[in-house]
Design a protein. Structure first.
Length: 277
C-alpha cells in the first residue's frame, strides 16, 4: 500500500499542511483507515477509491476519528490524482454530498481548486460564544466588533472569530482540553481566529481540538467557511480573497478563495501542493 505524503496549500514550495493520501481498489475498513491515520500522524489522511473515469469516493480520518470534509487533504489528493490519472476535473463523493476539484499546472506547481458543497452561516447563543472565548488568552475587548462571532458551514461547521490587532492573533493560545470538549459538544470542527489586513487579505490561525490537533497550518474547509461568512454578513458580498495561515507555526501557507453573491452557493478554494521529502 502506497501512502503518499503531500503538503496542501504550500507557500512558495514551503510549508503548507501535511496530509496522507491513500488510493486503493476497495475502501478499507474504518478500523484500518483509523490505524493508518494514526500511523501517518498528520491532522488528516484521505482515502480514495475509483468509482469510474474521473470520479472517486473519498473519506478523511484524523488520528482520532473520521472527519466529514478536509480541504488540505483534498488539495493533497488532487496532487496524487494528477500524477496517477492526469490533470483536469474530478468528482469526489463525500459521506454527504459531492464536490468537484480541478487540477492544473501553473508556474511548475500543481494547483488544485475545490468547488464546495452548499454553504451556510448560523448564529450561536451569547452563552456558547462566551464559553469559547473563555478558553483563549484574549477577551471580548480584543474582538473586532465589525465581525460578529458565528458558525459557518462548508461541509463542516467552523467558528469564525475576528480580532482587532495582529499581535493578538500572533500571541494566540488556548486551553486545549476545554476547547476540545466544547468543539465536540457543539460540533465545531475548527475555530478560525482571524485578523483582516485589508479587504482581500486575511491572516488566520486555526485550532483543531475537535480532531485532537492543537493547530492547523492550512485549513481549506475553514477558508470556504470564511468566504461564506463574509458573504452572509455582507462584509464582502463577493469576489476573491487570500488567506495567510501557518506563519506563526513556521509552516507558511496560502489559500485563495473565490465566490459569487448568490446566497449559499458553492465557494471555490485553491492552493498549491508539494511532495514531502
Amino acid at each position: 500500500m502506497n501512502i503518499h505524503k503531500i503538503s496542501g496549500f504550500s507557500y512558495e514550495n514551503m510549508g503548507g499542511n501535511p496530509a496522507g493520501v491513500v488510493i486503493t481498489d476497495e475502501m478499507l475498513s474504518d478500523e484500518k483507515m483509523l490505524s493508518i491515520a494514526k500511523e501517518v500522524n498528520y491532522s488528516e489522511t484521505a482515502f480514495l477509491i475509483k468509482v469510474n473515469n474521473k470520479e472517486f469516493r473519498i473519506r478523511y480520518f484524523s488520528p482520532e476519528m473520521e472527519i466529514a470534509f478536509c480541504g488540505h487533504a483534498t488539495i493533497a489528493s488532487g496532487h496524487v490524482l494528477a500524477e496517477d490519472f492526469g490533470l483536469g476535473e474530478y468528482k469526489l463523493n463525500l459521506n454527504d454530498g459531492s464536490i468537484t476539484i480541478n487540477i492544473v499546472e501553473k508556474n511548475n506547481a500543481t494547483v488544485t481548486s475545490i468547488s464546495s458543497v452548499s454553504t451556510k452561516t448560523e448564529d450561536f447563543t451569547d452563552e456558547i460564544i462566551d464559553s469559547f472565548i473563555d478558553v483563549f488568552n484574549f477577551s471580548k475587548d480584543d474582538l473586532d466588533s465589525n465581525y460578529p462571532i458565528k458558525k459557518s458551514y462548508s461541509g463542516n461547521f467552523h467558528l469564525i472569530i475576528f480580532v482587532k490587532e495582529k499581535k493578538t492573533l500572533e500571541n494566540m493560545k488556548y486551553d486545549f482540553e476545554k476547547a476540545k470538549e466544547l468543539s465536540r459538544e457543539h460540533n465545531i470542527t475548527t475555530i478560525s481566529v482571524l485578523w483582516k489586513e485589508n479587504n482581500t487579505l486575511y491572516h488566520s490561525r486555526n485550532p483543531f481540538p475537535f480532531g485532537g490537533v492543537y493547530e492547523d497550518p492550512a485549513t481549506g474547509s475553514a477558508a470556504i467557511a470564511l468566504g461564506e461568512y463574509l458573504r452572509s454578513t455582507k462584509n464582502k458580498i463577493s469576489g476573491e480573497i487570500e488567506i495567510l495561515q501557518g506563519f506563526d507555526m513556521d509552516s507558511p501557507s496560502k489559500l485563495y478563495v473565490e465566490y459569487t453573491d448568490i446566497e449559499n452557493s458553492s465557494i471555490k478554494v485553491s492552493g498549491q501542493s508539494r511532495v514531502i521529502k
